[in-house]
Write a protein that binds this ligand. Structure first.
Ligand SMILES: [Cu+2]
Length: 138
């Protein structure tokens, strides 16, 4: 009887752990994956490689066809002594690009279906408002 109770408590504990692990972040079900291999479904995506340095995004402009499936590969090289060594994120609310956080030294890979209205849009880091780039949808 005591063993059953212990199993029950263990299961309850594991459930609590799982729930708290999923509860973090404000972006809902859009899980941020760190250093993950290429996500499923990315085989036919256009790869857009970006790098956050201490004060800029390289390259500063990218051109993406409207509605294109995109695999962002974003590296945070802001790891040098004397630099900020801070998290950076890429956000573009005008075109539905939700926050992608990259911590120093890491690379994230995220799939995104590009906005379907052509134009020039600003994407930037909300932690450092002076760090931004242009996404041209054409
Ligand atoms: Cu930043």
């Amino acid at each position: 009887m005591k063993t059953k109770r212990n199993i029950f408590i263990t299961v309850l504990f594991l459930l609590t752990l799982m729930l708290s692990a999923c509860g973090g972040g404000s972006s809902g079900s859009d899980e941020i994956i760190m250093d993950e291999p290429v996500p499923a479904g990315a085989e036919d995506a256009m790869v857009v490689e970006l790098e956050f340095t201490v004060d800029e995004i390289i390259p500063n402009t990218v051109t993406i066809p409207a509605g294109q499936k995109v695999l962002f590969v974003i590296y945070n090289s802001d790891t040098k002594e004397g630099d900020l060594n801070e998290d950076h994120n890429l956000v573009a609310p005008d075109i539905g690009l939700q926050e992608m956080i990259v911590i120093p030294g890491q690379t994230i890979r995220r799939l995104w279906t590009a906005y379907d209205v052509p134009g020039e849009y600003r994407a930037g880091c909300t932690i450092h408002s002076w760090i931004d780039m242009t996404i041209i949808i054409e």
